[in-house]
Write a protein that binds this ligand. Structure first.
Ligand SMILES: *Cc1c(COP(=O)(O)O)cnc(C)c1O
Length: 475
């Protein structure tokens, strides 16, 4: 037994936490994570070492006791895991272009650049450089929104839910708003049109039925207390079959006769005509306003492809009433979002430029042949690695998502993976555990990595993630 230290010797030789804290490497942990967290992690590392010795496993007697350097390294790894940012980039291989849980629209490069330009410096956010006095943050959008939509005026708030709440609060509180029973939408979570209306202080007057509402139904409901007609784009479901809803233009005429505004919640708010490019179902903002809507609301991060924001556009007096309402302050847009939104909207001054540079549009409109070629190339490279999985390129269909274009499915292409000796679901789990995490789609015991939502610039990371995940799976 000579030469082999006893357990007691090993335990006694474990360095004290205080000594680890005083070590230069320990000091570095204190500087980075603070004294309390560093001390906790070092105590944890020491405790782990103690357990190993007490468990008396093969490591206990045969190995040198954990020295200060090893314990500090273990603590550093733990701290790094613990304080790694929660919010991380992931590879969206679901095929759902606007995936609400994966951050909806990714920003165009011009918008990212605008955010970083404004973020770290002072800006003229609410400062009029000409007069030297106070300005409005909405000035950034004053030229762009009218030009891009035909509206007289426009403003932006935190998101579209806020835009709807603000418009109803400013234009209809204490009075009645007429809505079709076919348009009492729930967007998700607690955003339901009847509840938002109640929150705004307006009274909901439902007309028609779930599947059919006629202009006459609206006409009969108009009375002295009517503040507005509200049309809600059914952006996350469709009513098909025996259906009827008056076109926006007819509603607008009726509203004008009654002397009340037509409020049109568009949801997505697309600025290029997707129908003309083979994706039907979304009216453009310009079409909605041209049809006679007095004011429209739409999201910044759905089909527009910009940052999370809500845009209010339409008649100047109505937009100004919204801007003056006390709620406007509570839902105001922040400067980074504003910078991103202004840059995104600027791309739309030229439609071809927007189609090329707004990732959401680029992904939505990628031809399936291009996606299939990419899938085949990736599948070929993965097969060359002799992985423990069947790999093939397949044609599939994917959804635009994010509460837009319901019922629309786009032909797409994917790399299909079937791991050997393990389930596709367990491979999906390992891919999510990687860095960057990859989120795919399970379909009939296969894991599909849909290329419609993978940027070509992400392909090398995707290619590295698959063998790494299979290796973890085999462990
Ligand atoms: C998505 C949506 C909203 C909410 O927009 P957010 O930007 O997510 O707040 C409101 N109305 C409709 C019709 C929508 O589709």
């Amino acid at each position: 037994m000579t030469g082999t230290p006893s357990r007691r010797d090993l335990l006694r030789s474990l360095p004290a936490v205080q000594r680890l804290l005083e070590d230069p490497a320990g000091q570095e942990l204190v500087r980075r994570y603070g004294h309390a967290a560093a001390a906790e992690a070092l105590a944890w590392a020491q405790d782990q070492a103690r357990r190993r010795i007490l468990d008396g496993g093969p490591e206990a007697g045969s190995q040198a006791p954990a020295g200060p350097a090893a314990l500090i390294r273990a603590a550093a790894r733990r701290l790094e895991r613990m304080f790694r940012p929660h919010l991380r980039p992931v590879i969206n291989a679901t095929g759902v272009v606007l995936h609400t849980n994966l951050g909806r629209a990714r920003l165009p490069e011009a918008a990212v650049a605008a955010v970083s330009r404004i973020a770290a410096r002072a800006s003229n956010l609410e400062f009029d450089l000409e007069s030297g006095g106070r300005g409005s943050r909405q000035q950034a959008l004053e030229r762009l929104l009218p030009r891009l939509t035909g509206a007289e005026a426009g403003m932006a708030v935190n998101n579209n839910a806020a835009a709807v709440l603000l418009v109803l609060s400013a234009l209809a509180a204490g009075r009645e708003v007429i809505v079709s029973r076919g348009e009492l939408v729930e967007i998700g979570g607690s955003f339901r049109i009847p509840e938002v209306l109640a929150q705004s202080g307006a009274r909901l007057v439902e007309v028609g039925t779930t599947n059919r509402t006629r202009l006459e139904d609206y006409r009969r409901a108009i009375g002295p207390d009517t503040a507005a007609l509200l049309k809600v784009h059914t952006s996350n479901y469709r009513i098909v079959g025996f259906t009827e809803a008056p076109p926006a233009a007819d509603l607008a005429r009726l509203a004008a006769q009654a002397g009340v505004p037509l409020i049109y919640d568009l949801g997505s708010g697309v600025l290029v005509d997707l129908a003309a490019r083979g994706i039907p179902g979304e009216p453009t903002v310009r079409q909605a306003l041209a049809a006679g809507a007095s004011v429209v609301t739409f999201s910044g991060d759905k089909l527009l492809g910009g940052p999370q924001a809500g845009i209010i556009a339409g008649r100047r007096d109505l937009v100004e009433a919204c801007a003056r309402h006390p709620l406007a302050r509570a839902v105001r847009i922040d400067k980074l979002t504003l910078a991103a939104l202004e840059a995104t909207l600027t791309l739309y001054l030229d439609e071809a430029q927007a189609l090329e540079q707004v990732p959401t549009l680029r992904m939505l409109l990628s031809p399936v042949e291009v996606l299939l070629r990419r899938a085949e190339a990736l599948a070929g490279r993965l097969r060359d690695l002799d992985l423990p999985a069947a790999v093939e390129a397949v044609e599939t269909r994917s959804a635009p998502g994010g509460g837009s274009l319901p019922g629309v499915e786009l032909p797409s292409a994917a790399v299909a993976l079937v791991p050997m000796g393990a389930s596709a679901a367990s491979l999906a789990r390992e891919l999510r555990a990687g860095d960057p995490p990859v989120v795919g789609r399970l379909e009939r015991d296969r894991l599909l990595l849909d290329l419609r939502t993978v940027d070509p610039g992400e392909e090398e990371e995707l290619l590295a993630a698959v063998p790494a995940a299979l290796a973890r799976l085999a462990r």
